[in-house]
Design a protein around this ligand. Structure first.
Ligand SMILES: [Zn+2]
Ligand SMILES: [Zn+2]
Length: 149
């Protein structure tokens, strides 16, 4: 498993793998030590409890860089004027192929810590707006139980 933590001090991404017994990871940029807790589950590649904030609410999404997607769309839209829209079709096919190739990434609702190569990916639900709003704005703790509709 690969974990990407956001440094509490400078906001940089810190990439690391869970190590048994470790209680902090150091930021490569500002050298701040961010405290983490690794339980048995996470050492086995299962995301159950966030090593950073201790919450149990996660969502999965495609590991796709949205900024690149937007830039490509803008370029294709401009080119579409001269290519009679063909560039948009090319982008669409490209997007589709790319989308199939990228894996899922699991994220913590509370602190946005990212997890890649997750073993229990099938048990993680997609992003839920209601959960996100309640966790971010009302600090609600679902304890891993998604609200039933
Ligand atoms: Zn930092
Ligand atoms: Zn977290």
């Amino acid at each position: 498993m690969e974990i990407t933590l956001t440094c509490s001090e400078c906001g940089s991404g810190i990439n690391f793998a869970p190590v048994k017994g470790a209680d902090s990871v150091q930021c490569h940029i500002c050298e701040t030590k961010n405290s983490v807790t690794f339980n048995e589950e996470i050492l086995h590649g299962n995301v159950c409890e966030c090593p950073n904030c201790g919450r149990q609410d996660f969502y999965k999404q495609k590991d796709f860089n949205r900024k690149i997607g937007v830039v490509l769309f803008v370029i294709a839209s401009i080119l579409a004027i001269w290519t009679y829209g063909i560039s948009l079709i090319v982008l669409y096919i490209f997007d589709f192929l790319l989308y199939k190739k990228i894996g899922d990434v699991v994220a913590c609702y509370k602190c946005n810590t990212l997890f890649r190569k997750v073993a229990n990916i099938e048990s993680i639900h997609p992003f839920d707006h209601e959960m996100n709003d309640r966790i971010i704005y009302a600090d609600h703790d679902f304890k891993g139980q998604a609200p039933s509709h």
